[in-house]
Ligand binder design. Structure first.
Ligand SMILES: [Zn+2]
Length: 209
């Protein structure tokens, strides 16, 4: 997911690997031309969400916004060591900041990225069993909440499970706790957005497991 600011772009999530990330970066450059990708929000430390972080650092020199509990692991992921088998770009040409350790913005409970015209809020998701140190993103002007692994919309026409998954309930509780007022859920998984009102109705009316 890419967010366009006045002078730069921010990307949310760098999944899978370098090839995938280079393709996404090329697409972002097409959609948001002539602006550097300066920030990358990485929601949590599972490989399908962070496998591309090295590519973003090597290619774009991004600062990675992450939850502070994940810092040691990401520092390890980004470390530059001799890489003999199919070396990636970071291994071949490490930017100086990697060695100096300037590539992270560590979020405790919340962080706001703004250029004066647009605001992107980043929050720690509390009380989640799926992963410690999970971030979600909220765009207050657009009323869009971006989340990973908390709720994945069913494919068009399919029905939601009868039982509300614990992660979906945690997501709902965090949005309430933070007094956010989203209109739209933009999930990392699932391939489509989902109306918050429908999700809220589902969580509050369905049974708990
Ligand atoms: Zn995950």
């Amino acid at each position: 997911m890419a967010v366009e600011f006045k002078d730069f772009a921010a990307v949310i999530e760098a999944p899978l690997n370098e090839d995938r990330s280079l393709a996404v970066i090329a697409e972002v450059k097409k959609l948001i031309p002539n602006k550097p990708i300066r920030w990358l929000v990485s929601t949590h430390h599972h490989w399908d969400h962070l496998g591309g972080v090295r590519a973003y650092v090597a290619q774009e020199g991004v600062t990675i916004i992450l939850q502070e509990q994940n810092h040691a692991y990401y520092a390890e992921v980004l470390s530059v060591k001799p890489w003999l088998l199919k070396p990636d770009r970071l291994a071949l040409a490490p930017p100086e900041e990697v060695a100096e350790g300037y590539t992270f913005e560590k979020v405790g409970q919340q962080y706001a990225l703004t250029d004066g015209t647009k605001v992107m809020q980043v929050y720690n998701v509390q009380g989640l069993a799926h992963a410690q140190g999970m971030l979600m993103v909220y765009m207050p002007m657009e009323r869009i909440v971006v989340e990973a692994d908390l709720f994945t919309p069913p494919t068009q026409g399919a029905t939601l499970p009868t039982m509300v998954a614990p992660a979906a309930r945690t997501f709902y509780n965090n949005v309430q706790r933070l007094k956010l007022d989203p209109q739209t859920i933009a999930p990392i998984h699932g391939g489509r957005t989902y109306p918050w009102a429908d999700f809220a109705r589902y969580v509050t009316s369905a049974s708990t497991n």
